[in-house]
Design a protein around this ligand. Structure first.
Ligand SMILES: [Zn+2]
Ligand SMILES: [Zn+2]
Length: 342
């Protein structure tokens, strides 16, 4: 497939003259989702789902979120240059999309970040058969098998019941993870108010605007110290280990991340109660998805590419590592610039 090319700026679609999630400002960008390593400021023309555009405006300010912002709802095909372009849900965070490109009878799909596990806070991943599939590989090692997140939440709620004098503070990044954890807590039967670090409030309000039910949320300010005892506080990962968290009554430090499967990571961050909750596909989901899309050619990007390429090659597929630079690991992402800690 010679019309999609990895470049230092990002994946470039020549017949459509656009980049996907470019890491530097470009004339035309298609953005898969709002995480800061995928959605960068100062592009001229931005094409993304309405949710992703709203997230970009919230995080970076409307003046930085693209001079021309073109909202493209899921499953609406448009023509860009000589390419037919549409977006399919990726199941990663609110508004997250796979980029589907049809050109001269061939279809390429760029997954962006994705997961197949159920998530009440965003549209579920949609399988799009294609000739070339570009997959993420954040958790592409056989050791990564994410448990049922409701089981993780049940463990947390068991601990909350066991230590009613202590405050459970959960580190979770502001876009996606916080809302997913809140939604899981509600599914787990927890309907008391949840206390939020100021950095998490604006994104939760945006999710609510898009119809995602999160239940009662209150700002966790110092004035409410006694009310917080026995409660659950959500904060960005950067806040759980600093003075902000130590001011809470007898805190139990928790962190919600796919990386919590690695015990050393939890230990290094001073996490007492690790919660394995991930918004990325695990090893099994990656392999399953690469099989399901039916593409003879798979490109693997940003993550542990080698193991996945090895297995895909063994299965007779043409697999290659893109080694695109500039994509990070938002599972432990800290508050973005628009989210000033309270
Ligand atoms: Zn992401
Ligand atoms: Zn990513």
């Amino acid at each position: 497939m010679d019309w999609l090319t990895p470049t230092p700026q990002g994946l470039y679609c020549a017949p459509g003259d656009f980049y996907i999630d470019p890491v530097v400002p470009v004339p035309r960008a298609v953005i898969t989702h709002g995480h800061s390593d995928h959605a960068r400021p100062f592009h001229e023309h931005v094409i993304a789902t309405p949710e992703t555009l709203a997230i970009m405006e919230l995080r970076m300010g409307a003046d930085r979120a693209g001079t021309v912002r073109q909202a493209l709802p899921y499953r609406v095909a448009i023509t860009v240059g000589d390419v037919s372009l549409w977006l399919a849900p990726a199941g990663h965070v609110l508004g997250s999309a796979q980029v589907v490109m049809d050109y001269r009878g061939r279809r390429a799909v760029v997954s962006g970040d994705y997961k197949r596990a159920p998530d009440a806070t965003c549209a579920p991943f949609e399988l799009v058969p294609c000739d070339l599939f570009v997959t993420e590989a954040t958790f592409a090692l056989p050791v990564f098998r994410h448990p049922d997140p409701l089981h993780e939440i049940a463990r947390l709620l068991g601990n909350v019941a066991l230590f009613p004098e202590r405050t459970h503070v959960i580190g979770c990044y502001a876009l996606g993870k916080a809302q997913r954890v809140i939604s899981l807590l509600r599914q787990g039967g927890y309907d008391a108010p949840l206390w939020l670090h100021g950095a998490l409030l604006p994104m939760c309000a945006l999710y609510a605007q898009f119809g995602v039910e999160l239940g009662p949320l209150c700002p966790a300010t110092v004035a409410r110290k006694d009310e917080l005892r026995g409660g659950i506080v959500l904060a960005p990962p950067s806040a759980i280990a600093d003075r902000w968290a130590r001011r809470l009554p007898d805190p139990v430090v928790c962190l919600a991340s796919g990386w919590m499967q690695v015990r050393q990571r939890a230990k290094a961050r001073g996490v007492e109660l690790p919660l394995i909750v991930s918004d990325h596909a695990d090893w099994d989901e990656l392999l399953q998805t690469c099989a399901d899309v039916g593409a003879p050619e798979i490109w693997v990007t940003h993550g542990r590419e080698d193991a996945l390429i090895h297995v895909l090659t063994q299965r007779g597929l043409r697999a290659r590592a893109l080694r695109l630079i500039g994509y990070g690991d938002e599972e432990t992402e800290d508050a973005g610039p628009a989210e000033v800690p309270a």
